[in-house]
Ligand binder design. Structure first.
Ligand SMILES: NC(=O)c1ccc[n+]([C@@H]2O[C@H](COP(=O)([O-])OP(=O)(O)OC[C@H]3O[C@@H](n4cnc5c(N)ncnc54)[C@H](O)[C@@H]3O)[C@@H](O)[C@H]2O)c1
Length: 255
């Protein structure tokens, strides 16, 4: 079996989660890590026994021991590592959300096309069995025509402090929006969003101010015929998620 040699960019909470996943997959080796906060790179390298700590993004991307770059940097900082990696001829996996600026998405897609390299966004639910089974039912037309879809993706109150920096539409609901686009195979026509600031706190990070996202809801309309509602609350004591589709012949739910 060929071994895929990975360079990890971003050694925070989810970078560590990726490292654990790589350790569990045969044929994958993480050969280098980079984080602008050097102590984080050192910590992850020590925990997972990685010998190379790259001194810069460029250093990691030019490293011949790295075949594919895994970008697990904060959501608003995906552009530079993705472009640098693609221009260095590496395959790229980038965490969701792809970007927070549409022009960044366009630039990354163009760079991948120009380089002829894989650029994959971490919309991971398309690989989770229960969601795949639902997609197969929809594709085989076992449910009839979908009229509406609802989803909830609630997260632990204890994670609010860390992820308060990200709007829930981009953070948790983006997974359900991705599933809804996959299931309907159609593009979004109209969007309305509703939120409730249950805690009333304001958080400022990286020059952006957010009112606490303790609870928010959004309604999206992916096509002319299907109304969808992804919702997300961050005040719950335990995590929970479910997606349901109401169709002309049957209704189905994955939880
Ligand atoms: N798929 C999921 O369910 C899921 C869950 C959690 C996080 N994520 C995604 O993972 C990414 C990282 O989130 P996290 O929770 O690990 O955040 P985090 O804050 O814990 O870690 C981010 C790391 O990136 C580093 N960093 C900062 N600027 C950088 C740059 N310019 N280049 C490279 N690294 C940089 C930071 O020093 C930090 O170590 C985000 O895109 C987030 O949306 C996905």
């Amino acid at each position: 079996m060929n071994t895929v040699r990975i360079g990890l960019v971003g050694c925070g909470l989810f970078g560590e989660s990726h490292m654990r996943a790589y350790q569990a997959v045969p044929g994958v080796e993480v050969t280098a890590v980079y984080d602008p906060a050097e102590e984080k790179a050192k910590e992850i390298a020590q925990t997972f026994g990685i010998s190379r700590i790259s001194s810069s993004l460029e250093d990691l991307c030019q490293d011949p021991a790295v075949e594919a770059v895994d970008v697990v940097a904060p959501k608003e900082k995906h552009l530079e590592p993705v472009l640098t990696a693609l221009r260095a001829g590496k395959e790229v996996f980038v965490e969701k959300p792809f970007a927070t600026d549409l022009s960044h998405c366009d630039q990354m897609i163009e760079a991948a096309d120009a380089a002829g390299r894989i650029l994959m966004v971490g919309q991971i639910l398309r690989f989770e069995t229960k969601y795949v089974l639902l997609q197969q039912d929809i594709q085989a037309k076992r449910l009839g025509k979908i009229a509406s879809m609802h989803a909830r993706r609630n997260r632990l109150r204890s994670l609010l402090e860390r992820y308060d920096r990200t709007h829930p539409a981009m953070d948790s609901s983006i997974h359900d929006v991705d599933l809804m686009l996959w299931y309907t195979g159609e593009r979004v026509r109209r969007v309305r969003g509703f939120g409730r600031r249950a805690t009333g706190r304001t958080t400022t990070r990286s020059g952006e101010s957010w009112n606490s996202k303790a609870e928010r809801w959004a309604w999206w309309k992916p096509s002319g015929c299907c109304l969808t509602r992804p919702a997300s609350a961050w005040t719950t004591p335990c995590r929970s998620s479910a997606i349901a589709a109401w169709a002309t012949s049957a209704s189905i739910r994955a939880a």
